[in-house]
Design a protein around this ligand. Structure first.
Ligand code: SF4
Length: 220
C-alpha cells in the first residue's frame, strides 16, 4: 500500500476503506515510499505488526514517483487535511522522490499541509547537508525522532548504521531545518524512555531552540 490513512487501533487503511469507516471530515493521508532504513530500532513497528496483505505497508517494489503522483491525483482531496511522508521505512532514503512529490503536492494543492516523519539521518545517508532541499515552503512540518538524550543511548535504541556520530548529525540536521521549515518537531517515544530521560531530551531541545513532542507508542 502506497497511500493510506491511519485509524484507531493502529490500523492502516486504503483511502476508500478509510472513507467507508469515516465518511465525514478531513484526515491525514500517508505516503509509504520505501521499506529501506538506515536504522534498526529496537521498537520499530515494522518488526512487530502482522498485517493483512491488502493493508500491508510492506512494498513488493518501491513505487516510481509517477506512480505516486497518479495515486495522489486520485485522492478525494476535499477529505485531505495533510499529506505525511511516513510509512514502513525511512522516507529520506528516497530524498529526491520525497522532494519532488512535496513540490507536486504544493503546486496542485497549496492549501494542504505537508509533513515528513524522519529519523533525521539524511545528511549521513547522502553525504551532504540536506535541510536546504526542503526550501521554498514545500514542507510545513518535519518530525524528527530524537529518541534519546545522548549518543550512546541513541545508538543502543536505533542501531543506526553510522554509529555514534549519528546522534549529533541528527541534531545538526534538525537545527539546519529551522531555516527552511516553519515547524520542526523532535519526538521521543513514551514508554521507550523514562521521565528522567525525557526531561534530558527536553533540555537538549530547549538549548537548541527545538520543540519536543512525547509520542504515544502507536502514534504515526
Ligand atoms: S528509523 Fe523508523 S523505520 Fe527505521 S528502524 Fe527506526 S523506527 Fe523503524
Amino acid at each position: 500500500m502506497i497511500v493510506y490513512a491511519t485509524h484507531s487501533g493502529g490500523r492502516y487503511l486504503p483511502i476508500k476503506d478509510s472513507l467507508r469507516e469515516q465518511p465525514e471530515g478531513k484526515r491525514g493521508v500517508y505516503v509509504n515510499l520505501t521499506n529501506q532504513c538506515n536504522c534498526a530500532c529496537t521498537f520499530c513497528l515494522r518488526h512487530m505488526k502482522e498485517m493483512a496483505e491488502e493493508s500491508s505497508l510492506w512494498l513488493k517494489t518501491e513505487p516510481a514517483v509517477e506512480q505516486v503522483k497518479a495515486e495522489l491525483d486520485n485522492l478525494p482531496w476535499e477529505y485531505v487535511s495533510e499529506v505525511v511522508f511516513c510509512g514502513f521505512g525511512e522516507p529520506t532514503m528516497r530524498l529526491d522522490a520525497v522532494v519532488e512529490l512535496l513540490k507536486y503536492i504544493k503546486a496542485v494543492h497549496p492549501e494542504v499541509k505537508t509533513r515528513l516523519n524522519t529519523n533525521g539521518l539524511s545528511d549521513l545517508a547522502h553525504g551532504r547537508s540536506t535541510a536546504g532541499d526542503f526550501a521554498g515552503g514545500i514542507l510545513d512540518t518535519i518530525s524528527i525522532s530524537l529518541n534519546a538524550s545522548n549518543a550512546q543511548r541513541y545508538l543502543e535504541l536505533t542501531r543506526a548504521k553510522y554509529g555514534l556520530k549519528s546522534f549529533d548529525a541528527m541534531l545538526d540536521f534538525a537545527q539546519n531545518c529551522k531555516e527552511y521549515i516553519s515547524n520542526v518537531v523532535m519526538t521521543v517515544v513514551e514508554k521507550v524512555e523514562n521521565q528522567q530521560e525525557i526531561d534530558k531530551c527536553q533540555k537538549i531541545c530547549d538549548e537548541r531552540g527545538l520543540k519536543l513532542r512525547v509520542r504515544i507508542y502507536e502514534d504515526s
